[in-house]
Design a protein around this ligand. Structure first.
Ligand code: ARG
Ligand code: GLU
Length: 717
């Protein structure tokens, strides 16, 4: 291809309408933007069935649970979500003797269901476009800070108005960088109990080996139940509470999926960045991702080594390890996907097209003329602070004790600054709880090694200008040996053992303040904090604050430039609908992946001898018996399937719904080759991964013997 042809091709690529499957849409606007296309693809219901304020609709069955999504599947408040979403709860009820992570947990009666303090379930009562009311308070003369302050104030009063006289929560959220605003009214339940979870050998089958990958064979599901008071209203945990009776629960379709079937994912996607400019994509692919991946390589290696040595440590760090490894692997897929798509090139082509469109008209020149050049200069300033900023989060504050000390002194500082107004006993309670929580899952040898390694990598990769002053001491007194320094710190600080902190707390009031300030970790944390405030965070935010209004203008311009195209807003933890179809894909040259997996694939992976593929004997027996009951589709037990829905983190546990509004699976992941979809969606490669509802029913009934849960549900063939 000649240069001209390449440019032309890029130009055409960026000119295409929204890709099929792309987009996370507001349920409220489905009628306007999506319904026609959805119906063409096989959706047989109306927009009112998806979202309505006048009558029960699907949205009443979709809940936020922790950072995930879940779906109500029975009239007794039974909720399905992912095993990995329930992981922390399962872990918190587990010990070496009662290891629910390993063995699974099934409550055979409601009495056995386990409460999870802190875990809530949130329903969306309604949403409303409040753009006009919000934007009425701003005027052209305001700078960005004044604008934001005015918007915060009106947003608060709109939310308060919505909550008045109710027990609801409400939020006003910005869309398109503050061009539009929507009000969301929520009902939050805080008595949520664990009902059932398969053993990790099923719920986390494939572990980190298979995470973010297809073909996948994970039974990634768990059940919770919502409890309410005797009036069916939210209430804190109480033995008196009863199972919640919801307005809607989704029926289940056990008929099995076929190629091309319509699918819809209804949930709470966390965050995407579809509108980033080319410079931002360059920073992510060239700096942020590679460095963060390397930092996590080291952390994972340290954790993994120690977890292998002891079961206690393995349980304590199971959830932490999974969390660290999850983003680590996603970033690698994202970088490859963005490179394959030539995301930077495409973004540049779009920017060139935008520039030409602006140039074409005097009014546009006036409004958007400075826009693209200003991205250049802002991003080159931002780039300067990028690594210090990332290493702050991914190296310094990745050290557990550093985070703990940081939280601890934040509490004591608040007290010391205002001793009269602060209740000292209350402070003690806060400190004791924080201490208790921190040490429950803490293993000092891991943290000490992470401390040494993270500081060493900081030293090697970050400009001297951003070095905390204690580095000098390490250079002079420890010959730049950070692991030696780590031993010194972990031998002398109060904060790296439960006993140490208890000793501090006993001396409380007398001379705690002095002891704290003398502690070596406290001095290190204060050093880091002042460095970050003085030289990194403020500067970084200052640049970022200038980017927001630029993006607002950019997206406004893009929408004018392509008036025929529907633009979806970036994900922001609000309720969204994505739709697509069941579809295989080609991950790479000469390879094609089918759309669903079966139990035979589980057995086959098990034969490899890889530890992530160990399965319970009972599952093998069930497979050998070959009787999958009503869950069998074409004589097989379906395990997982893929479809072209646009999803992201937060969509875990989301119901995957067919054209008739029935539940066919639970979303839990994306394919490796499509993980760049947070930044750029590719219809050829982007697939969401779901656990088939048939596998959920099969494991629950046949493997766990919890068939009574199936009786609560409405199951259609
Ligand atoms: N990748 C999925 C998500 O982003 C699943 C993560 C949990 N599983 C794991 N093996 N770490 O949350
Ligand atoms: N596993 C993710 C979650 O916890 C969903 C996968 C994705 O990022 O798409 O939300």
């Amino acid at each position: 291809m000649t240069r001209f042809q390449t440019t032309l091709l890029l130009f055409l690529l960026t000119f295409l309408p929204v890709f099929p499957g792309e987009g996370m849409w507001l349920p409220l606007l489905v009628d306007r933007y999506n319904l026609e296309e959805m119906q063409k693809k096989g959706f047989r219901l109306s927009a009112e069935d998806i979202y309505s304020v006048n009558r029960p609709s699907m949205k009443d069955a979709v809940v936020r649970i922790g950072g995930c999504t879940g779906v109500v599947v029975s009239d007794q408040g039974l909720v399905l979500t992912n095993h990995h979403c329930a992981y922390r709860s399962i872990q918190s009820h587990s010990s070496v003797d009662n290891d629910y992570l390993t063995d699974g947990f099934w409550a055979m009666t409601t009495d056995e269901e386990l409460p999870n303090p802190g875990l809530t379930v949130t329903f969306t009562v309604r949403m409303e476009d409040v753009t006009d009311r919000v934007l009425a308070v701003i005027d052209e003369g305001m700078d960005e800070n004044e604008r934001q302050a005015a918007i915060d104030a009106i947003s608060r009063s709109i939310a308060e108005e919505a909550m008045e006289g109710t027990r609801y929560d409400a939020d006003v959220n910005a869309f398109y960088f503050g061009s539009e605003y929507y009000l969301f009214v929520y009902e939050v339940f805080d008595d949520v109990r664990l009902v059932g979870a398969p053993p990790s050998s099923i719920g986390k089958f494939g572990g980190d080996t298979d995470n973010w990958m297809w073909p996948r064979h994970t039974g990634d599901f768990a059940f919770f139940r919502i409890y309410a008071d005797s009036d069916n209203k939210p209430a804190g945990y109480s033995e008196e509470n009863v199972p919640y009776s919801p307005p809607v629960s989704l029926p289940v379709s056990a008929g099995g999926v076929r190629e091309g079937d319509f699918t819809m994912v209804y949930g709470f996607p966390g965050s995407t960045r579809q509108y980033l400019t080319s410079q931002a994509v360059e920073i992510i692919t060239g700096l942020t991702n590679p460095h963060n991946i390397r930092l996590r390589d080291e952390r994972l290696a340290i954790m993994g080594r120690e977890m292998e040595k002891s079961d206690t440590v393995r349980i304590k760090y199971a959830s932490k390890f999974a969390g660290v490894s999850n983003a680590w692997k996603r970033w690698q897929g994202e970088n490859r996907g963005l490179a394959r798509l030539d995301a930077t090139g495409r973004k540049k082509a779009l920017e060139d097209k935008f520039a030409a469109w602006v140039e074409d008209d005097a009014g546009r020149r006036e409004r958007y003329g400075d826009l693209l050049p200003s991205f250049d200069s802002l991003y080159s300033r931002l780039e300067y602070y990028t690594l210090p900023m990332e290493y702050g989060r991914e190296a310094l504050y990745a050290i557990e004790s550093v985070r703990f000390v940081n939280d601890f002194i934040r509490l004591t500082d608040a007290y010391l600054m205002n001793p009269e107004e602060y209740d000292a006993d209350f402070l003690m309670v806060l400190l004791e709880t924080a201490t208790e929580n921190f040490f429950r899952d803490y293993h000092r040898p891991i943290d000490r090694q992470v401390f040494g390694k993270m500081l060493e990598m900081y030293m090697d990769n970050i400009d001297e200008e951003f070095h905390p002053s204690f580095f000098e001491k390490v250079i002079d007194d420890f010959d730049s040996d950070f692991s030696l320094f780590a031993s010194h710190v972990y031998n002398s600080s109060f904060f790296v053992s439960r006993e140490g902190v208890d000793e501090l707390l006993e001396n409380y009031a007398a001379d705690m303040a002095e002891l704290i300030e003398d502690d070596i970790l406290v001095r290190i944390v204060r050093d880091i904090r002042s460095l970050y405030i003085d030289r990194v965070t403020v500067a970084w935010h200052e640049v970022n604050d200038q980017l927001v209004p630029r993006y607002r203008l950019f997206v406004e311009g893009l929408r004018m430039m392509e008036p025929g195209r529907a633009f979806y807003p970036d994900a922001n933890r609000t309720l969204r609908v994505a739709y697509g179809q069941v579809k295989g894909y080609s991950p790479r040259d000469a390879v094609y992946y089918e759309k669903y997996t079966t139990l035979s694939g589980v057995i086959d992976k098990n034969r490899s001898g890889i530890s992530d593929y160990v399965i319970p004997q009972k599952l093998k027996e069930l497979y050998d018996e070959g009787d999958f009951g009503s869950g069998s589709v074409d004589g097989e037990m379906r395990v997982g399937f893929i479809a072209s829905n646009h999803t992201t983190g937060g969509n875990s546990g989301s119901p995957v719904i067919n054209g008739d509004g029935q539940l066919i699976g639970i979303n839990f992941d994306r394919v490796w080759e499509g993980t760049m979809s947070d930044i750029m969606f590719d219809p050829e490669k982007c697939r969401n991964i779901s656990v088939d509802i048939n596998y959920i029913l099969f494991i629950t009934e046949r493997f766990a013997g919890a068939g009574h849960l199936l009786e609560e549900m409405t199951i259609l063939q």
